[in-house]
Design a protein around this ligand. Structure first.
Ligand code: 5GP
Length: 204
């Protein structure tokens, strides 16, 4: 059976990553990789859904068993993508979505060259800034810190395979772009190494 695709989606604050991924999940064609994190749950976050919330010791133990595909320390907390769970999804032929930041994405790119890396972005830095300010929920310091962080993330865009821009209200268009990318990737000749042999071996 063909393995599923490993799909990495990164996007800085203001890229609308959460809503676009929600759209993708509604197609039923993807499994979301539930990361482990040592950060505290935010109000409304349920353990095992968006994250598995674990202690630093539990995280380190998993890491010691080579139990993470990748991991990073971000804003003082560990985040990692659990290996066994990911392998089970891919072996079942389903596509796996890893919603991770750039450091983790670069680790995946190195270890799993067949992974598809997609960066989701606001149309411009100016729009990103306006979106973050428009939320009106954060202090100026926090906004500046997030913008700074975003700047460091966006400069890694050329390392990704694809960039998808999220225009205002554009989450459905973004999800469609990503679905097109996945369809094309599935047809890539490099993903069909036995195609010629199989072609001649088949009776019909
Ligand atoms: P938050 O704490 O806001 O949920 O996530 C902070 C950042 O960590 C986001 O950019 C998110 O994509 C990233 N992230 C979440 N899970 C993982 C993971 O397993 N590995 C890595 N490298 N980054 C992650």
């Amino acid at each position: 059976m063909n393995n599923g695709l490993m799909i990495v989606i990164s996007g800085p604050a203001g890229s609308g990553k959460g809503t676009v991924i929600k759209e993708l999940m509604e197609t039923g064609d993807f499994v979301y990789s539930v990361s482990w994190t040592t950060r505290a749950p935010r109000p409304g976050e349920v353990d095992g859904v968006s994250y598995r919330f674990v202690s630093v010791d539990a995280f380190r133990e998993r890491l010691g068993e080579d139990g993470m595909l990748e991991y990073t320390e971000y804003c003082g907390n560990y985040y990692g993508s659990p290996r066994r769970e990911a392998e089970a999804v891919l072996e079942s032929g389903k596509n796996l979505i890893l919603e991770i930041e750039v450091d983790g994405a670069m680790q995946i790119k190195k270890k799993f060259p067949a992974a598809v890396l997609i960066m989701l972005l606001p149309p411009s830095y100016a729009v990103q800034e306006a979106r973050l300010r428009g939320r009106g929920t954060e202090t100026e310091d926090k906004i500046l810190a997030r913008l700074d962080q975003a700047r460091n993330e966006v400069v890694l865009m050329p390392e990704y395979d694809y960039v998808v821009y999220n225009h205002d209200g554009g989450q459905i268009a973004c999800a469609e772009d990503i679905l097109s990318i996945i369809r094309a990737e599935k047809c890539a000749t490099a993903r069909h190494p036995d195609a010629v042999t199989d072609y001649f071996a088949q009776d019909n």
